[in-house]
Structure formats: C-alpha cells, structure tokens
Ligand binder design. Structure first.
Ligand code: AP5
Length: 225
C-alpha cells in the first residue's frame, strides 16, 4: 500500500465482540498493520519486561493498564516503518485521555483516522465467546471451542501446539472487564460519533458474515478499493 492510500481504522467494542477476529481478516484483506494493545501487553508479560510486570497487575484483574503505558506503546509502534501504509488499532483507545493522546500524536505526524468501527454484541454472546475462547501460545490465533474450533481439539491448526485459556477469560474477571468497559470505554462511542467517524455493526453474526458486511461498507464509502 502506498503512502497516499494510507487507511487508519479503530476497532471499538466490548470484550469478546470479535474485534481481534475481524482485525485478523481486515489486515489480510487490506494489507494493514494490526496494532493490538492486548497482544502487545501479553507479549511484554511473556518477555518479563518491566512494562509486562506492571501490566500483569491490572490485566489479571480485568482492570485497564495505566494510560501512560499503553499510549507510549501505541505511539512507538505507529512510528515504525511498517505502520506507514495504515493501521488497525484494536483495543486502543479505551479511555478519553488515550483518545486525546492519539489525536495529538496523529496530528503531529500528519495522519488521520478514517473510520471507527464499533463492533457491538449482546451480553449472552459475549460471555459465550469469552468463556469458550482458546488461544495459540505460538501464533496468537484465537479459536473457540464451538464457534471456531481447531481441526484437532485443543491444538493449533498451524503450530500444532496446545491451546490455552486466557487468565482474564475466567468468569469473574470477564464480569469485571465488562464493568470496566461500561465505565471507561463506552464514552468513546459518543466521542467518535461527534467527530462523524463512527460506524456501528452487529457483532452477533458469524465472523465471515460480519467481515463481508464491513468490507462492503468500506468499499461503499470508498475507504478501500
Ligand atoms: P484485549 O486483549 O484488547 O481484550 P478485549 O478488548 O477485552 O477484547 P478481547 O480480545 O477479549 O475480545 P475481542 O473483541 O478481540 O474478541 P475476539 O475476536 O478475540 O485486552 C486485554 C486486557 O489488556 C484488558 O482487559 C486491559 O487490562 C489491557 N488493555 C488492552 N488494551 C488496553 C488499553 N488501550 N488501555 C488499558 N488497558 C488495556 O473473539 C472472542 C472469541 O469469540 C474468540 O474465541 C473468537 O474465536 C470468537 N469469535 C469472534 N468473532 C466471532 C463471531 N463473529 N462468531 C462466533 N465466534 C466469534
């Protein structure tokens, strides 16, 4: 993708709505960089870095990691050469200060957000998805025990290693993540609606159906070719 065709997209929505799954489909379709703060923080935890140790205190309880840590991670990542063609921000911003810091950073770098895709989903769907999610420790692929099962039960199709359940997908932590979403992140829907950037889609449908809907929406608006 050339510089003039840069496309920057934010994925907003409750935990388990399917943001990461759509991001995976969209990055392949449009050749964008997937910037997932959840994935970056989990990598930092795996590496045992100072950021990771700090982040784990919050993530294990389903709380948000402090704005300063997350914002710095994203700003640094967006400054790398492979982000120049456009990015999908998945799970960021999640608070008003994060959104404002992003606005400032984009402005300084002459970039803009083209669209904020709000993936909404109903509560029973969210809980079913989060409690059934299984993740590959090697490639990070998200499966689901019934919705998106691997070919061999409990094993990644690509890496052939055992899948695991995320610590924050335990039912009690899921409950807190939903409370935190309502309290801290939901306000961003209004923030981006006022800017005329918000597009809402229903995440309750299958991942393939949702991708097709989003793809036609973006093509219809001339955001992608
Ligand atoms: P993060 O990793 O971003 O978690 P999240 O936003 O809670 O989102 P999830 O990854 O749980 O859900 P998703 O919407 O991506 O759904 P997915 O596609 O995986 O953040 C984790 C933690 O990190 C936070 O709690 C916080 O502590 C910290 N953090 C991250 N960003 C931060 C920030 N900006 N500020 C502060 N702290 C931050 O799908 C879920 C399951 O459903 C999967 O099993 C999938 O296979 C299945 N599925 C997906 N779509 C469908 C579909 N359409 N039909 C059927 N099944 C589906």
């Amino acid at each position: 993708m050339t510089e003039e065709k840069q496309f920057n997209l934010i994925l907003l929505g409750p935990p388990g709505a399917g943001k990461g799954t759509q991001a995976g489909l969209l990055v392949n379709a449009y050749d964008l960089l997937h910037v997932s703060t959840g994935d970056m923080l989990r990598s930092a935890i795996k590496e045992g870095s100072a950021t990771g140790l700090k982040a784990q205190e919050y993530m294990s309880k389903g709380e948000l990691v402090p704005d300063s840590i997350v914002t710095q991670l994203v700003v640094d990542r967006m400054g790398k050469p492979d982000a120049s063609g456009g990015v999908i921000l998945d799970g960021f911003p999640r608070t008003k200060p994060q959104a404002e810091a992003l606005d400032n950073s984009l402005k300084e770098n002459g970039r803009t957000i083209d669209v904020v895709l709000y993936v909404n989903a109903s509560l029973d769907v969210i809980i079913q998805r989060l409690t059934g999610r299984r993740v590959c420790p090697e490639c990070g692929m998200n499966y689901h025990i019934t919705n998106i099962p691997p070919r061999k039960e409990g094993v990644c199709d690509t890496c052939n290693v055992d899948l695991f359940q995320r610590e924050d997908d335990e039912p009690e932590t899921v409950k807190n993540r939903l409370v935190v979403y309502e309290k801290s992140t939901k306000d961003l829907i209004g923030y981006y609606r006022e800017k005329g950037l918000l597009e809402e889609v229903n995440g309750d449908i299958s991942a393939e159906e949702l991708f097709e809907e989003v793809d036609s929406l973006f093509r219809g608006e001339g955001l992608v070719k």
